[in-house]
Design a protein around this ligand. Structure first.
Ligand code: DX5
Ligand code: ZN
Length: 218
């Protein structure tokens, strides 16, 4: 099963509520919430108040991507405000097992992310605590970047490990995904597809439907 996960980083914030409604009505199951701290990544995005506001109105699975140093500081608060899953970066957290365990103890899904230059081996020690691995397919920090082709081999490698030993773990990719490279990524083994700028432009509902149609067909 494949899951489409539109990233609101690319939304028009003047119209955020309306645009999330369009995504939800068109049938996307997940919503990707990019939290940036200006330290782990150069930019600052949004955080708790936006999460809280979206949770009050939307039933979508809220997939929170913490591009934040020491994300362990925020786990309880994110979950209290309505996160369904919290993904932390291996590069940003010095207490990974404790942080993943905390997310699980609070009844939510765990995610562990790696940057394009980080090998897949970096997540392997933690796989028993992970519900989803996130392979970044751009350098984190900004939407609208070009997909980094070197990541395809990492996706394939991670898929092999997951199939052999952790069949319930999801494999998410994030960055530069378009209708043009979707098939290649699904073939490589990704099954949670984050996409921002390919969804939040033109006819948002139609974009979601087109992605969903292709994801079902493949
Ligand atoms: C990048 C973010 C992504 C971003 C993807 O740092 O983690 O989730 O929103 O945007 P696109 O699909 O435009 O590359
Ligand atoms: Zn993201």
């Amino acid at each position: 099963m494949n899951y489409l996960c539109p990233s609101i980083l690319a939304a028009d914030f003047w119209e955020l509520g309306k645009q999330i409604e369009l995504v939800e009505q068109a049938g996307a199951p997940y919503l990707h919430i990019d939290v940036m701290d200006g330290m782990f990544v150069p930019s600052i995005s949004f955080g708790m108040p936006v999460l809280e506001c979206v949770r009050k109105k939307s039933e979508l699975f809220m997939d929170v991507h913490m591009m934040v140093e020491q994300p362990e500081r925020y786990i309880e608060e994110l979950i209290r405000l309505g996160a369904d899953g919290v993904t932390i970066h291996v590069e940003a957290c010095s207490c990974i097992p404790e942080t993943l365990s905390k997310i699980r103890a609070l009844g939510k899904k765990t995610g562990l992310a790696i940057n394009p230059e980080t090998p897949v081996e970096a997540v392997l020690p933690y796989m028993d605590l992970v519900d989803m691995v996130l392979i970044m397919t751009v350098h984190p920090g900004f939407g609208g970047q070009r997909y980094i082709m070197d990541c395809v081999d990492k996706i394939k490698k991670m898929r092999t490990v997951i199939n052999q030993r952790y069949p319930d773990v999801k494999l998410e990719i994030d960055g530069g995904v378009t209708l043009g490279n979707l098939e290649m990524n699904l073939d490589a083994g990704a099954n949670v597809i984050v996409t921002g700028s390919a969804i939040f432009k033109g006819d948002i509902g139609q974009n979601v439907r087109e992605f969903l149609k292709r994801m079902e067909a493949l």
